[in-house]
Design a protein around this ligand. Sequence first.
Ligand SMILES: C[S@@+](CC[C@H](N)C(=O)[O-])C[C@H]1O[C@@H](n2cnc3c(N)ncnc32)[C@H](O)[C@@H]1O
Length: 261
Amino acid sequence: MRNIYRNDWAWFIRRFEAISSINLNAYKRPQMERRINSFMRNHSLADYHELIQRLQSDQSMYKRFMEHLTINVSEFFRNPPHWRVLEDTIIPLLIKPQYRLKIWSAGCSSGEEAYSLAITACEKRIELREPILATDLDAGVLEMAAKGVYQPGQLQGIPEQIKRKYFEENKGSFKITNELRSLVRFKQHDLLKDPFPRDYDLILCRNVVIYFTEETKQELYGRFAKALRPGGVLFIGGTEQIFNGRQLGFNSISTFFYQKM
Ligand SMILES: C[S@@+](CC[C@H](N)C(=O)[O-])C[C@H]1O[C@@H](n2cnc3c(N)ncnc32)[C@H](O)[C@@H]1O
């Protein structure tokens, strides 16, 4: 009986969705299969059946699997030249007198992106309409993000004076200041299932859709277009591109930046 599950991807996807509510059909199968197989090898799990059993019975195994699957590497000011375009060109385009920005970091991982936005907001004296919304599917990374504690290696590339201003050192770790923390609101949100909030001036969705199928990406970009106010901007990852932007209602205003028409 057990052997029928051995390599049955469709069976695995159905069972995995039942326990996690994540539909892996929306993700690129070869990448996912590679990750899942390497996880099974590392944990000496013989087949999908055994993997599902362990995920159901062992909370810490489930947590490790989710961490392995969602690939949540992040960095402060990831791709610095693109952040310079954000600061020097895009933000001035979005700001008007008496106007306060509404910003969403979608797929925020452990918070580096959202806190980079918060630092930019403080440094450039940008008024926010509400705290920056920072969302992710993975509850584990959101917990880390909310704590806002980082190791010295994670702060590499951040200028010393910014580090001193926005982080407090404690026993070799660096904690985000309360002031910066108050500018970000973290929330669990699945981009593939949950409704999108509306009326954003700026949305960052970077290095998230790389795991999704082409069809899913198109659908997501369409939903981001709806989540922006006219004139609002979507900032995407350094290896990403929106091919049919015009059809979705976007104007490409700089590489990696798409403005809602
Ligand atoms: C590589 S990290 C990107 C972090 C950050 N945006 C950056 O560029 O540094 C990808 C994040 O996407 C999240 N993610 C994957 N699928 C998601 C989904 N369906 N909904 C929301 N977040 C998702 C993962 O949990 C992970 O934290």
